[in-house]
Design a protein around this ligand. Sequence first.
Ligand SMILES: NC(=O)C1=CN([C@@H]2O[C@H](COP(=O)(O)OP(=O)(O)OC[C@H]3O[C@@H](n4cnc5c(N)ncnc54)[C@H](OP(=O)(O)O)[C@@H]3O)[C@@H](O)[C@H]2O)[C@@H](O)CC1
Ligand SMILES: Nc1ncnc2c1ncn2[C@@H]1O[C@H](COP(=O)(O)OP(=O)(O)O)[C@@H](O)[C@H]1O
Ligand SMILES: [K+]
Length: 514
Amino acid sequence: MKIFTGAQIYEADKFTIEKQQITSDELMERVATQIFNWLHLRLQGAQPKIHLFCGIGNNGGDGLAVARHLQEHGYNIEVYIVNYNEKRTDEFLTNLKRLKDRNIWPNFLTEDNELPQIAKEDIVLDAIFGIGLNRAPVSWVAKLMNHINNSQAFILAVDVPSGLFLDKVVTDPNAIIHANHILTFQSPKLAFFLPETGIYFNQWEILDIGIDAEYIAKTETEFDLVSKNEVLQLYLPREKFAHKGTYGHSLIIGGGYGKVGATILASKGALNSGSGLVSAYLPRCGYIPMQTAMPEVMVQTSKSDEHITDFNFDIKATVIGIGPGLGQHKETVEAFSKFLETNTTPLVVDADALNILSNNKKLLELLPEDSVLTPHPKELERLIGEWSNDFDKLEKAKAFSGQYKCVLVIKGAHTITLYKGKGFINTSGNPGMATAGSGDVLTGVITGFIAQGYSPVIAAVFGVYLHGSAGDLAVESLGYQSLTASNIANTIGGAFIELFRRPEAPQAQEQQQA
Ligand SMILES: NC(=O)C1=CN([C@@H]2O[C@H](COP(=O)(O)OP(=O)(O)OC[C@H]3O[C@@H](n4cnc5c(N)ncnc54)[C@H](OP(=O)(O)O)[C@@H]3O)[C@@H](O)[C@H]2O)[C@@H](O)CC1
Ligand SMILES: Nc1ncnc2c1ncn2[C@@H]1O[C@H](COP(=O)(O)OP(=O)(O)O)[C@@H](O)[C@H]1O
Ligand SMILES: [K+]
């Protein structure tokens, strides 16, 4: 799914209005009807107090239009105009007049008003600012926002939580609505997925307001959201007459004394994601553990007992996943550097292999084109340097992936894969995956996908999704705290099956009940 910028959303709006020959007011009415339906479906006429806080722009206009629908259906509403600006949009004024025509008189809030009482059983509709926010709210508005946040009422944000910028971070955590749920229009917003800006809400949902399909199809975006629908289109089916050679040979390189487990997890990731063959290259101390844990994996060892000292293996790999448990022993660094000088096999680079590259930036130039790098936040910082905020991080990361012609996978709650200036934001996964070794499994999964013939960028995007989806499935029976990297690796098969599971048709359920 495409993630539009603020400018693109306004453009989409305009395009739709012209093409569908509707007015801006009619578009707002679509929005309001959808929000009303959302609420009505859940409330079914129940009478909690609904406080609607409306700004003076079109986000406020949406709020006022929702107020009218709620009133017409007998809901218990209180409407406030947060009067932070003398300017009013036409749509705001139109909807204010419609309310007044129905004898609903909003409370005009200014700096001098007392803060309204909100009980924790109440509902708040947040329509103070939408995507038009372009500077921090003034202090009395921030105070009101803070008051709403502290009310413990359920907060439903219209389009975005008021106070959220689309392209920069919020500096005052009190000057933004902490929403329970966001109903956003047509396209999710980039700020929803970044650690510094995504913390201000629990859930988001898209309302389809009928933005013109032609505009959506023709408009290129910098970021796309990756869910099941997107990865399903990337899936390469297993062929009837295939043999193990058809699906490539993954080689996992890493491991050191006390860290052999990392390579076992990565090998499991590669095997379970479909690699035809998997080999591992380890120091000698890894031989027995690997052979015991993974009978399917072929093993060769480096000369030393405790760490890799040379890259003299006799394995014709389709792709190499390197780094898990590798360590940074001087001999390992030297051997890795020498290996890079002649290597032409595609690489997936993780963990200490990344740290070695960070300490010797010249080595980055030796990476084969389209190598996949999978840093966690600390490894990313070592690679690209410090960033001032999440938006700056994305810019720097994008420049890095362009400079070294690599696929850069920024791991996190929403892992972002960057390639040729475009970002793919993952939607699967959960906090249970913040556990030792889960990144090693991912290295294996991406390696396994490349082995099977997926291009490196698709292997990264698909692999990240599938890895997260395995975590989501496994957490259902294990819970967040007990989820381990081994569980994730063992559930990859389940995640493949889940890809093709269709949601049950509600109609069939009804028939069964009847
Ligand atoms: N296709 C869609 O997506 C549709 C979108 N719709 C809705 O429209 C919303 C966008 O509406 P909007 O452009 O009128 O902006 P909104 O956020 O209401 O802000 C109002 C104005 O406040 C101002 N301002 C900014 N910061 C400020 C500050 N700190 N303190 C004081 N003032 C400040 C700034 O004006 P300025 O003073 O800078 O000239 C700004 O214009 C969108 O989120 C969605 O809800 C739907 O109805 C239709 C379909
Ligand atoms: N809160 C979270 N939500 C979703 N996924 C997460 C979360 N925390 C971590 N992950 C995922 O778990 C993996 C952790 O990788 P990493 O930090 O390299 O672990 P390790 O080094 O122990 O293998 C990444 O794929 C990351 O995206
Ligand atoms: K809002």
